[in-house]
Each structure stands twice: as structure tokens, then as C-alpha cells.
Design a protein around this ligand. Structure first.
Ligand code: ADP
Ligand code: MG
Length: 320
């Protein structure tokens, strides 16, 4: 199957349709309309086979994850997703693989009402790049640089599951059978916190999505906002699968340094705490307070109860 037939069959004919897309796939560019009063948020993420996913990962999961990690970046800034483009490099045009990949793509796009508006298809090692675009009401973007000492630190969902799942897949940890599917899905089918991101717009003073582990990603907020943080490791939210699979100390290590969770880490001032509680009462979003910001520039102090918690470890970095 050749390039253009492939694009028509697997991508243009299957894409979710939005009214703000004037011209989608098929011309030299897509033409789209941004609503009045809204800013456009734009982000790109690449998944490379063997680096970002194991070689035996199902095509449906690769498609889901490639979109999800981009929607997670939009969510971290409070943007509502609208459009994606897809650049795909693959060694051969394998129809069964493409069928599964494009269904995975279609599923997540339908779910979040996102339209695939263009892309590029080339031959090469398996690699998927997605660019996602979304809307934010003007001047309401959540950033990394507006947190203040005294703000409370929160996280959505549970931490460390994807890292534990990766070690499970590599045979490094033995996980009880009943938790394996859950963990595998946390790694392969991450949930971008799209609704939480938009609801936090007027509430959070800073926000980031956790892709490289909380130590690394909290570090970005602290650097951006010139703050420090006191982090209670005994408050880190973890799944039952985590608690039942590894020691308490290992669980804390996963929660602090493992990547790929795509939960949101955000700061809320004392004055906005009431609004956060109000939001949480109506939206069904699991959120945990895990610490507070301090004035000690870029320093993260770990505590377990009232005791200092000694820990060496960082998040994931390419080229490290
Ligand atoms: P050009 O040569 O003008 O850059 P292409 O021949 O690469 O355009 O692509 C033709 C059309 O198909 C364009 O609208 C492009 O955005 C779209 N397209 C190509 N590959 C993909 C893909 N993997 N997913 C979605 N759209 C794609
Ligand atoms: Mg062209």
C-alpha cells in the first residue's frame, strides 16, 4: 500500500470531525479557526520505539499514548484540546499494524473531541510525533512561574504506577497477578487530566504534568517560580497495586522518580484553597495535598511525618 492510499484509508477517513476545521487532511496545510477571546496552546511530543515504549507494545497503545502525552501537556496549561497532527515514521507499511494504530488514534480522538488535521508519513525506524493544539481563554494559561512560598502542593491520581509497570514488563519486579492488567494499562494507556487542567485555570498558581517523575517536574516549577518545597513522602498517593507489590521504601522511590504517570502537579494559594475544595466537590477528580512551597530557592526537602527523609535520586533525562 502506497503513501497516499494509506493516508486516506487509515487517517483522513477515520478522523473525528470538528466544526472549527475549515480544511483538514488533504491539502498542503490544514485551515482551522481559533474562537474569539481564546489563545492557542501548541505542544509536540515524540515517541521512539525502544526508548519511549517497548518494541512489543501493541499499535493501539502506541497511538493512544502518543496522543495522551500531548493532551497531558495541554491539560497542564489548562488548555482544552482541539486538533492534532501526526508525523509517523515506520519501517514497512504493515496493514494490520496500521489498522490497529489508526483505531487507537480514532478512539482517543473521539473521546476528547479532537480532530486529526494533518501530518506526514515516511519510511524509517518506528517513531511517532504528535503536535497537539488547544484553546485557553486569554491570560488564563497555567504556567510554571507563578507559584509563591506558602502555596500548597497537590497532585492528581496516584504516582509511580507506570514506572512499576515498566519494571514488571522487564521482569525486574514480581507483581501479584491481579494487579498486572491495571499496571500495564497505566503504562500503555495513560489518562491525560484534561478536565482537571481546565478546572484548575483560575485556581492553581502553577501546574505541570508529571512525565519525568515528581522530583524532576517539581524542580521545574520551583526553578520557574523561584521557590523551594517541603514534600511529605508519607502523603504521596499510591495505588493498591503499588502497595501490594513492593516495599514502602521502593514505592516512595517509584512515586518520586518514575516517569510516564501523566498526573498533574499543581500549587494552590491559601486564598484559593476554598475554591479548590468547591471544585473537587463537584468534579470527580482524585487530588492529594503532598506538601507546601517554601522560600528556599529550588530546594526540595523531603519529610516522612515530622522526620527528614534521606533520598538520593532524580527523574528521567535524555542524554544524561
Ligand atoms: P505535502 O507533500 O504537501 O507536505 P503530504 O503528501 O505529506 O503533503 O500529505 C498529504 C496530506 O496528507 C496533507 O494534508 C498531510 O497533512 C496529510 N498527511 C500525511 N500524512 C499524514 C498522517 N500520518 N496523518 C494525518 N495526515 C497526514
Ligand atoms: Mg505541499
Amino acid at each position: 500500500m502506497k503513501e497516499f492510499d494509506l493516508i486516506a484509508r487509515f487517517f483522513s477517513n477515520r478522523s473525528h470531525q470538528r466544526r472549527d476545521v475549515q480544511i483538514g487532511i488533504g491539502d498542503d496545510c490544514a485551515i482551522v479557526n481559533v474562537p474569539q477571546g481564546q489563545s492557542l496552546a501548541v505542544t509536540t511530543d515524540t515517541l521512539v520505539s525502544g526508548v519511549h515504549f517497548l518494541e512489543n507494545t501493541p499499535a493501539r497503545a502506541i497511538a493512544h499514548k502518543a496522543v495522551a502525552v500531548n493532551l497531558s501537556d495541554l491539560a497542564a496549561m489548562g488548555a482544552e484540546p482541539a486538533w492534532i497532527s501526526l508525523s509517523i515514521s515506520m519501517p514497512v507499511s504493515d496493514e494490520a499494524w496500521l489498522e490497529e494504530f489508526s483505531l487507537g488514534l480514532q478512539e482517543i480522538c473521539e473521546y476528547y473531541s479532537v480532530q486529526l488535521i494533518g501530518g506526514d508519513t515516511v519510511q524509517g525506524p518506528l517513531c511517532v510525533t504528535i503536535t497537539a493544539q488547544g484553546f485557553i481563554p486569554k491570560d488564563q494559561a497555567l504556567t510554571r512561574f507563578k507559584a509563591k512560598p506558602g502555596d500548597w502542593l497537590y497532585v492528581t491520581g496516584t504516582l509511580g504506577d507506570a514506572g512499576l509497570a515498566l519494571d514488571m514488563a522487564r521482569g525486574k519486579v514480581d507483581v501479584p497477578t491481579k494487579y498486572r492488567n491495571y499496571l500495564q494499562s497505566r503504562l500503555d494507556y495513560p489518562t491525560p487530566r484534561v478536565l482537571s487542567g481546565t478546572l484548575l485555570r483560575r485556581i492553581a498558581s502553577a501546574c505541570i504534568d508529571i512525565s519525568d517523575g515528581i522530583i524532576a517536574d517539581l524542580g521545574h516549577i520551583l526553578k520557574g517560580s523561584q521557590c523551594g518545597a517541603l514534600l511529605q513522602v508519607d502523603k504521596l498517593p499510591m495505588s493498591e497495586a503499588m502497595h501490594e507489590s513492593v516495599s514502602a521504601e521502593q514505592a516512595i522511590r517509584y512515586a518520586l522518580t518514575a516517569g510516564d504517570d501523566y498526573e498533574l502537579l499543581f500549587c494552590v494559594s491559601e486564598e484559593q484553597k476554598g475554591n479548590l475544595d468547591l471544585m473537587l466537590a463537584t468534579a470527580n477528580v482524585p487530588v492529594t495535598c503532598i506538601g507546601q512551597l517554601s522560600g528556599h530557592h529550588a530546594k526540595i526537602e523531603l519529610r516522612h511525618g515530622k522526620e527528614r527523609y534521606a533520598f538520593e535520586g532524580k527523574g528521567y533525562q535524555h542524554f544524561a
